[in-house]
Design a binder for this molecule. Structure first.
Ligand code: ME8
Length: 678
């Protein structure tokens, strides 16, 4: 009988359905996925829940605006969230929607328990309510703005059911004391403790002003307050009233952003205590990703989207960057510049380069078979590097603490110090790099008497790559799985157990695979321009007009244009072509853009107005040579920003040669500015 695995249950927030995921949401979900993978590699039976928070006045309004019933609106949004998580390879094991019937029953059951235990009463409440955050704001006066989002509050009077939150001040403070790890990081814990010490007011947990919510049985038109509803989703996802059968409750970890910590560490445990249900073990609140020093939000128009980054650099690059660049818990600024720098330095030059060096030498010197360790005379101490290699071996395979009591890679993962874990793994990478530089296997290969030594060096380096793949797998699952295969190892690397990571897992004789580079280097500027251009397209989708095959979308380069062009067999009707409005424009001014060496900023007269348009032609045309030139312009393209500069239209050019050199159109006869191209 296999030993029964210990269970580990973790959750992301249940995200609102009135918008689509950006990097902030992606961050929390990526972190949850990293923990899930890590815990599985430490032998746990893990369930991770994510989902969608679908009730409340915001959704009611958004659905109205879209002219569809709420249920239809949320079904589409939930599907979009689920599909994006699937596409990014970070789906929940459970995906709970707050409109699921199992969830509705769980909320009603929780309310019944709280009421039976004497913690619910009926009353009236008049207060200032933020319809965007779905919360009454205590102590606010009519006319005030919401302290969280800054938008105007509304005065609302309702008959409500109240939850006796005031009865839980002492039980909560006792609970925090007994469970010092319940709220993490410590700064947040201190904030919450002083908030609770300041006194708790009872909380209204039903609404009569909202229709789109879970009905309170027998008390219609009362529906549940969205937070009473949404928090309960964590429990609904693993069995609801029958949670004991599945055995995952209480949750081991709720991962949240710092914006919603109070709901998770004050309200939620109080609701559960009132119902006499087990309370979660830990709530971890991370910081915010900022854009230009402001919290990212769609209403501010400063969101970063995950898909364009993944299309350009791959999901592992995004995951690595999110975890490596920001200390988990703190706020971080998001910048494409830092992202691409990290990609090139740590992934392309770091791990990618080490892997290709080692594999290429094994290919060349040992016919693609990993040399066997038994023939290497390992431990012969042939060089001073023998001892540093021994140290690396020890570090790669040790437990959570080293002999000096310092946390190791596993220890860092355990305490969610992802940046520290990655820093440590990347130190191993540079140690192996140095080992190769000093042992010089390419020199050893020239001397047949040094064959054993050569075999040893390459074996050790390959074995180090195997260990590094296992340790880095939770963060970069795709690349490590590929590397695993390149090392000739079978199966799913995610099934490897970190605690069984002993030196010597490679037996020798494995046939390596020479597949393309793990992380091909990218041109810094071009990568950023492409990501920005794809993000623009996703945020401001152009009307469904196919791009003319020979056009160069400003700033994207010719290959993206080719990729966007319809396949030869996809003929379009004349009515489709007619959707693209092209006119003769005359360039009035042209200048370079600082920090974007492929882009020119042009002003173009299109007959009816002068437009600002960015064009990716700076490497081929001198700005001065363009003044007065007549060109073909797509004038009905949605405006977008390229490198922060507004571009309102597109200059048409032929894309010539493999590098896609843009060649502007020209007219052999005199044409009038503004004339339409048909
Ligand atoms: O609050 N930086 O949902 P939500 C980092 N439905 N993380 C961010 C972020 C940013 N700029 N923006 C969002 C809700 N997040 C409720 C939750 S739970 C029972 C109900 C992440 O769609 C972060 O995890 O507004 C934050 O807590 C969450 O998304 C808010 O998601």
């Amino acid at each position: 009988m296999p030993e029964k695995k210990e269970k580990f249950y973790l959750t992301t927030p249940i995200y609102y359905t009135n918008g689509l995921p950006h990097i902030g949401h992606t961050y929390t979900t990526v972190v949850a996925d990293v923990i899930r993978r890590y815990k599985r590699m430490r032998g746990y039976d893990v369930v991770m829940t994510t989902g969608t928070d679908e009730h409340g006045v915001n959704v009611e309004r958004a659905a109205k605006k879209a002219g569809v019933p709420e249920s239809e609106f949320v079904a589409k949004m939930a599907e979009a969230w689920r599909a994006l998580w699937d596409e990014l390879g970070i789906p929940g094991d459970e995906f709970i929607r707050t409109t699921d019937i199992t969830h509705v029953r769980t909320v009603q059951w929780l309310f019944k328990l709280c009421r039976e235990n004497g913690y619910v009463y009926k009353g009236h409440y008049t207060g200032q309510y933020c319809i965007y955050d779905n919360a009454f704001v205590n102590d606010a006066k009519p006319g005030d703005n919401c302290p969280d989002c800054g938008r105007p509050l509304e005065t609302v009077t309702e008959e409500n059911y109240f939850f006796k939150l005031s009865s839980f001040q002492k039980p909560l403070l006792d609970f925090y004391k007994k469970n010092p790890d319940f709220i993490q990081p410590d700064t947040r814990r201190n904030e919450i403790i002083s908030f609770v010490e300041g006194g708790l007011k009872d909380l209204s947990i039903t609404r009569t002003t909202i229709r789109w919510g879970i009905p309170v049985p027998g008390e219609e038109p009362h529906v549940f307050y969205v937070w009473f509803d949404a928090l309960t989703a964590y429990l609904s996802a693993v069995g609801g009233p029958e949670y004991e059968k599945r055995g995952y409750w209480p949750a081991d970890l709720h991962l949240v952003g710092k914006d919603i910590i109070r709901f998770h560490t004050v309200y939620w445990p109080a609701f559960l205590m009132a119902a006499m249900l087990p309370v979660p073990k830990q709530v971890w609140a991370h910081g915010w990703f900022m854009m230009d020093a402001a919290k990212m939000s769609k209403s501010k128009g400063n969101v970063v989207l995950p898909r364009p980054i993944v299309n350009m650099l791959g999901m592992d690059a995004l995951r690595y960057f999110l975890l490596r660049d920001v200390v988990f818990g703190q706020d971080g600024n998001f910048s494409y510049d830092a992202l691409v720098t990290r990609y090139n330095s740590d992934l392309a030059n770091g791990l990618g380069n080490l892997a290709s060096r080692v594999l290429t030498m094994i290919q060349n010197f040992f016919d693609g078979r990993i040399p066997s360790p038994s023939k290497t005379g390992a431990g012969a101490g042939h060089s001073t590097l023998g001892s540093s290699m021994t140290a690396v071996k020890g570090l790669l395979t040790e437990g959570a603490w080293d002999e000096k009591g310092q946390p190791t890679t596993k220890g860092h993962y355990d305490s969610l110090k992802f940046a520290a874990a990655l820093q440590e793994i990347w130190q191993f990478i540079s140690m192996i790099d140095n080992y190769l530089t000093q042992e010089k296997p390419w020199e050893l290969a020239k001397d047949p008497s040094k064959r054993d030594h050569l075999a040893e060096v390459l074996y050790e380096a390959a074995e180090a790559l195997r260990a590094i793949s296992i340790l880095a797998h939770p963060v970069i699952p795709n690349a490590t799985q590929i590397l695993w295969g390149k090392l000739g190892l079978p199966g799913d690397i995610g099934r490897q157990q970190m605690d069984e990571l002993n030196w010597g897992g490679l037996k020798g004789g494995e046939q390596i695979k020479a597949t393309p580079a793990l992380f091909p280097r990218v041109d810094h500027q071009e990568a950023i321009e492409r990501i920005e251009s794809m993000a623009n397209e996703e945020l401001n989708p152009a009307p469904a007009a196919p791009a003319p095959a020979a056009s160069v979308p400003a700033g994207t380069g010719a290959s993206a244009a080719a990729a966007a062009a319809p396949a030869a067999s996809d003929k379009i009707g004349i009515e489709d072509f007619a959707k693209v409005e092209m006119r003769v424009g005359q360039i009035k001014t042209a200048e370079r853009i600082v920090g974007a060496d492929k882009l020119l900023k042009l002003t173009v007269d299109i007959g009816t107005e002068i437009r600002q348009i960015c064009a990716g032609i700076a490497q081929y045309y001198e700005p001065e040579s363009l003044i007065g030139r007549k060109v073909a312009v797509v004038v009905n393209l949605a405006p977008r920003k390229l490198r922060g500069v507004e571009s309102n239209g597109m200059i048409v050019a032929a894309s010539v040669g493999p590098e896609g050199r843009p060649v502007l159109t020209a007219f052999l006869e005199e044409v009038e500015v503004g004339a339409r191209l048909k």
